[in-house]
Design a protein around this ligand. Sequence first.
Ligand code: SF4
Length: 190
Amino acid sequence: MTLTPSHIIEYLYCPRFTYFEYVLAIPQYEEKNYKVMRGRELHDLKLEQNKDYLRRRIGAVSKHIDQYLTNDIIRGRVDEVLGLSNGTMVPLDYKFAEYKDRVYETYRTQLYCYAWLIEENFGHKVEKGFLVYTRSRNKLIEVPITEENKQEVKDTAKAIGRIIEDNFFPKATKYKARCVGCTYRNMCIR
Ligand code: SF4
């Protein structure tokens, strides 16, 4: 089984989600507590016209569009992988969302996963990524990606592997507020 950025995001929200959903195979019936917005507005003509402009603003010298990337551990679909003149690459992800003055942790985590995949598939270093908020007039936001960020998703993937393969029952999230609306609240021993 390979993991997706959603697995990583769920684990970071609460490791027990992973256990209930993938070890006990109890689906989440209710709407998820977090949202991973694909934000794909491929039929949005205005966005299509803007894409070249956005790539130029980023300083892209090459582009790979709609990339499905895998390695032995994770897989993911990146809207665009852009090459920069300094030899590094960046993931760019379109979000069908408004920009609300901060970048959600879920979006950041997705970019970290893409960075890992791009480095392994293209062999180029990734030091930052970009988000385009299509409901805020295609606002372009740069997100730095450090070695620690990439290492964190690698470590998380390893921890998820331990839960799923060894039936390991993990600790609860330390943020108790997250339990209030959690689908698994009734079966979760706190
Ligand atoms: S109730 Fe709390 S600890 Fe249990 S799975 Fe839900 S969020 Fe995690």
